[in-house]
Design a protein around this ligand. Sequence first.
Ligand code: GLA
Length: 349
Amino acid sequence: MEIPKAPKIFWGKTRDGESVDLHALTNSKGSEARIATYGGVVVSLKVPDRSGRMGDVVAGFNDLESYLKPPPYFGAIIGRYGNRIGKARFSLDGGEYTLAKNDGENSLHGGNRGFDKRVWTARSLSSQTLELSYLSRDGEEGYPGNLWATVTYTLTDANEFMIEYFATTDKDTVINLTNHTYFNLAGDGDILGQRVVINADWFTPVDEGLIPTGELRSVAATPFDFRTATSIGQRIDQNDQQLIFGHGYDHNWVLNRSGSGLETAAKVLDPKSGRVIEVLTTEPGLQFYTGNFLDGTLAGKGRVYTRRSAFCMETQHFPDSPNKPSFPSTLLKRGAEYRTTTVYRFSTI
Ligand code: GLA
C-alpha cells in the first residue's frame, strides 16, 4: 500500500516569483499542522482543549502576502544563527566574518535574509511528516561554507509536534537553528495567566542590546525562577534590570540537563482551555520570549497580535556563542553533522 502523502496546495509566489506551497500534516487524533515552504513557517497548529474542541494555538496569517511583509518571524525556521551575534561579527579559524547589523549594532536571526525568508524544498514523507531542505551558499549573509540544512516536521499520534534539524557544511562555520513559533494555548487573548515551568537553575543575563554578558546567573530569588509553575504575568512588570532590558521576558535559560538526549525544557499550562505544552529538546538553551514587541499592528486568522498575546519557546544554543568561548560551542566543523531535536508535546488537564 502506498504511504498517503500529506495534502498540499499552491499558496502563492514570493516577490522573486518563487512558488510557495502549503502542506497539511494530520494525525489520528484529528490534530493538524499547516506548514509553508516559505521559511518553513508553521502557519497553524490545531490541537484539542480539555473538552476535545480543536483550537489553533499559534500566531500567524491565512495568506502568504502577510508573511512577505515580514512579520516578526511568526512560525519560521531561524538560521543560520538563532538569536543575536554581538557587534555582528565573529572570528573563526583565523578569519573575521562580518554579518548584517539588523538589530542595532548586532545581528539577529541570521541577518537580513535568514532562513525564515527562503523558500525550502519540500518532500512529503507521509501524512504526518514533512521534510524541508535548503542549501545556504558559502558567504550567504556573511557566513562561511556551503550549508546543507534539512528540517523535518512530524505530527505524531501522541499529539507531539516534533522538529528535527540536520545540517552539514564544506567549511568550518557556526550554526544555531531554531523555530520561532509564537504559541497561545488559549488561541486568543493575552498569555499572562498561562503558567510556565522552565527546567533551569541558571540564565544568561544580557546588556541593553540583549547580548549576554557571559555571566551565568542563578534564577533563585529573581523573576527568572520558573522552577515551580508561575503565571507569565506574575512578575513580568517588576522593576528588575533584566526585565527592563528585555521589555519583559526575552532571555536564554541554561537548561538543567543530565545527558545529551531529549529532556524536558519547559511546560506551559493554560488554566482556561486546559491545554498543556511540554517542550523537550536536545539543546542546552531555551529563549523564552513573551511577545513584548508585538504591538497590535498585525492581525491574522481573526486575531489581533497585541503585546504579550503569544510566547516563544526557542530551543537553541546560547545567543552570541561564537564570541563567548565559555558557552557551549556552536561551531560546525567541515564534514561534521549537526543534529538536534525538539518536541512540542500537547496534552490537557
Ligand atoms: C527573539 C528575540 C527577540 C525578538 C524576537 C522577534 O525572540 O530574542 O528579541 O527579536 O525574536 O521579534
